[in-house]
Design a protein around this ligand. Structure first.
Ligand code: CA
Length: 231
C-alpha cells in the first residue's frame, strides 16, 4: 500500500510518515501543492490513498483534489484541515475528498480513518460515485450501494428510514440539522409523519450504535434545534 502525504509542515509530515511506515504501508511525501501533482503525474497516480493538507504553498489542497478527480481516479483522499470551520470541510468534501481530520489530530484517529478507507477500497464498495463514506472517527461506514451501516466492519441492523436519517446526518457531520430538515432530506417532501417521529428514529439509531464512551451513538442533541453527528 503506497500512501501519498501532502503536507508542508515537516514535523507533521514526518509524524504521519512514521505512523504509516509502522503499519507497513509505504509513505511518499510532498511538501507543496505543485510537488504533489508532479509526483502524482510521475507515478501515474499509483497510490492507494492520499493524506492531503488543505493549506499548502503554491496549489491548495482543494485544487489538488479537484485535479485528481478530473483524472477519474477514485483514490481515497483524507483531508487535513487546520480549522474546524464548516466551510473548509464542505469545500474539501465537495472537491472530492472522502473524509477529513481536523488539526490538531490524534495520529491514532488518522490511522483508523486510513485503515477504514483502505478497507472500503479493498472490499470494492467504493465506486466512482463514492457510494461509501465513513464517520464517527472512521469506525462507522455507510454503504449506500448495499444500504448498510457497518460499525467496525460489522453490519448494524437498521431500517431503511434509520439508514436514510443516519446518512443525512453523516453527509455533513458537524452540521446541526433541524427535525424538519432531516425529514425533508432523508425521507422526502411527501413524508407524512410528524417532526417528532425523527426522535424515535434517532432513539433507535442510538440504541444500535451506542457503546461505552459513546452512549449517544455519536448523535448529539442540540437543544431547541435538532441533531448533529459527532465528527
Ligand atoms: Ca499547511
Amino acid at each position: 500500500m503506497r500512501i501519498l502525504i501532502v503536507e508542508d509542515e515537516r514535523l507533521i509530515s514526518d509524524a504521519i510518515a512514521a505512523y504509516i511506515a509502522r503499519e507497513k504501508y509505504e509513505p511518499v511525501c510532498a511538501y507543496d501543492g505543485e510537488q504533489a501533482l508532479e509526483i502524482w503525474d510521475a507515478e501515474s497516480g499509483n497510490f492507494d490513498l492520499i493524506v492531503l493538507d488543505l493549506m499548502l504553498p503554491k496549489i491548495s489542497g482543494q485544487e489538488i483534489c479537484r485535479r485528481i478527480r478530473e483524472t477519474n481516479s477514485t483514490v481515497p483522499i483524507i483531508m487535513l484541515t487546520a480549522r474546524s470551520g464548516e466551510s473548509d470541510v464542505v469545500e474539501g468534501l465537495d472537491s472530492g475528498a472522502n473524509d477529513y481530520v481536523t488539526k490538531p489530530f490524534s495520529p491514532r484517529v488518522l490511522m483508523a480513518r486510513i485503515r477504514a478507507q483502505l478497507r472500503m477500497q479493498n472490499s470494492g464498495s467504493v465506486r466512482k460515485n463514492f457510494t461509501s463514506t465513513t464517520c464517527c472517527d472512521g469506525r462507522v461506514e455507510i454503504d449506500s450501494e448495499r444500504v448498510e451501516i457497518r460499525k467496525d466492519g460489522a453490519p448494524v441492523q437498521v431500517t431503511k428510514s434509520e439508514f436514510l436519517i443516519f446518512s443525512t446526518l453523516a453527509s455533513r457531520p458537524i452540521r446541526t440539522w433541524s427535525r424538519e430538515e432531516i425529514i425533508r432530506s432523508a425521507l422526502g417532501d411527501d413524508y407524512e409523519g410528524f417532526d417528532r417521529t425523527v426522535d424515535t428514529y434517532i432513539k433507535n439509531l442510538r440504541k444500535k450504535l451506542a457503546e461505552p464512551g459513546h452512549e449517544n451513538g455519536w448523535i448529539s442533541t442540540v437543544h431547541g434545534f435538532g441533531y448533529r453527528l459527532d465528527s
